[in-house]
Ligand binder design. Structure first.
Ligand SMILES: *[C@@H]1O[C@H](CO)[C@@H](O)[C@H](O)[C@H]1NC(C)=O
Length: 396
């Protein structure tokens, strides 16, 4: 029932607000004498069904109560002072949300619960959803709905040249980086990327960056911030763009361990973003799911280690068979080394309790929470402790 309702086209914003009277008029206008009597009855029946569907949807949304686990929240500590600090000047963020074409409900929840009403004194935000070309049996319907959504909200980048499958997510991430780079480096602070099932409190995030991480200077320092895991693979960009095989991957070698921002999302300072976009050839970006987040760590670690003669790299390739690992000399992304300040903020960025390895109870410091369903995003936004962080008047 839940999933059927969630995917129902009646929840599309085009239709949700339809008042009952318009449904009546639909029934009336199709009840002209041109139609035969059975057709009239059929239309009436369909109309009634539609009306019933709409009413149920509207009632469900009003009454939707989310069942949180018993340990989902932890607010026992006092509210940290940084969350009450006045805004000095707004933090400028360019945000990319990596989304699947058919995630209509999630995008709508993010627009309503997260993106609408962010106070401009704290955050100046420009954002886009990144989706690709829908695939599958009903893809033509999905593509039409995406096209309508895109023209209605003007907040989507639709990558028609690639199929909307997991194997291409890393290409969406790279497209997001390039989109960020369209803005001059001295006019924004962070390039940010998040998953479509993450929920971020942007005002709190800005205050956290300003006050908890006050030593970071995003316009002049290379900085990567998120919830970190470790890896030691390094990819080399060889797969050509536009290759038709969704699963072809850039080859990799093994080198020094590094941190990468696992799941959830991440921030790249504008200074680092500029460097990442300056390489020739471009950074590797044909990397299979679920290593699309590892790729971000590869970019950053590659800038630091590939051009460093004191670091060693070895071949490691399943296809090598019995060939033992041997030292290799991959071409550096840049001829000089860049050491990035990698900030692991596991308190601020985490999974919901019982929803992943980075699980943690949601508290004052939880600025980006991962693995949320649309109803849970709405519930979080209106949660007593958080609701004041958005400008929107309380109406529900
Ligand atoms: C990053 O900032 C440094 C100064 O700290 C500057 O020299 C460098 O050009 C900047 N890089 C980019 C790509 O903006």
């Amino acid at each position: 029932m839940t999933s059927a309702t969630e995917s129902s086209p009646h929840r599309d914003p085009d239709h949700t607000e339809l008042p009952p009277s318009s449904t009546d008029s639909v029934v009336r206008s199709t009840g002209g004498s041109v139609l035969s009597r059975p057709a009239n009855i059929l239309f009436l029946f369909v109309g009634l069904l539609l009306f019933a569907g709409l009413s149920i949807t509207v009632i469900r949304r009003r009454n939707s109560t989310v069942q949180w686990g018993p340990d989902a929240f932890a607010f026992e500590d006092k509210k940290p002072a940084y969350l009450n600090a006045p805004a000095s000047e707004p933090l400028v963020i360019r945000l990319a949300i990596i989304s699947r074409a058919d995630e209509f409900e999630k995008r709508q929840a993010l627009r309503e619960a997260m993106l609408d009403g962010i106070p401009s004194a704290y955050v100046q935000l420009d954002y886009r959803f990144f989706v690709a070309r829908a695939t599958g049996l009903t893809s033509w319907i999905t593509r039409q709905r995406v096209a309508r959504e895109k023209s209605r909200y003007n907040d989507m980048e639709v990558m028609d040249s690639i199929r909307d499958v997991a194997g291409r997510i890393s290409e969406k991430r790279f497209a997001a980086l390039k989109w960020t780079g369209l803005s001059p480096r001295d006019q924004y602070d962070y390039s940010m990327t998040m998953d479509s099932d993450s929920f971020c409190r942007f005002r709190a995030l800005a205050q956290r960056l300003r006050h908890v991480y006050s030593d970071i200077k995003p316009r002049t320092d290379p900085v990567l911030l998120g919830s970190m895991s470790v890896q030691h693979v390094y990819y080399i960009n060889t797969v050509p763009d536009g290759n038709p095989d969704d699963n072809e991957e850039d080859p990799h070698v093994i080198g020094p361990w590094y941190s990468y921002p696992a799941g959830i999302g991440y921030l790249l300072s504008s200074n680092l973003t500029g460097t990442l976009l300056s390489t020739d050839p471009p950074l590797p970006h044909h990397i299979n799911y679920p290593s699309d987040d590892v790729m971000i760590g590869v970019w950053v670690a590659g800038l630091q280690y590939l051009a460093d003669p004191n670091q060693q790299f070895e071949s490691w390739n399943r296809d090598d068979g019995p060939v033992p690992p041997h030292r290799v000399y991959p071409k550096p992304y840049l001829p000089y080394t860049i050491k990035t300040n990698v900030v692991d903020d596991k308190t601020g960025w985490h999974d919901l309790k019982n929803r992943g390895r980075a699980e943690r109870a949601v508290g004052w410091d939880s600025v980006c929470v991962h693995h949320l369903k649309p109803d849970e995003m709405r519930a979080l936004r209106w949660k007593e402790e958080f609701r004041g962080e958005w400008d929107t008047k309380i109406t529900s």
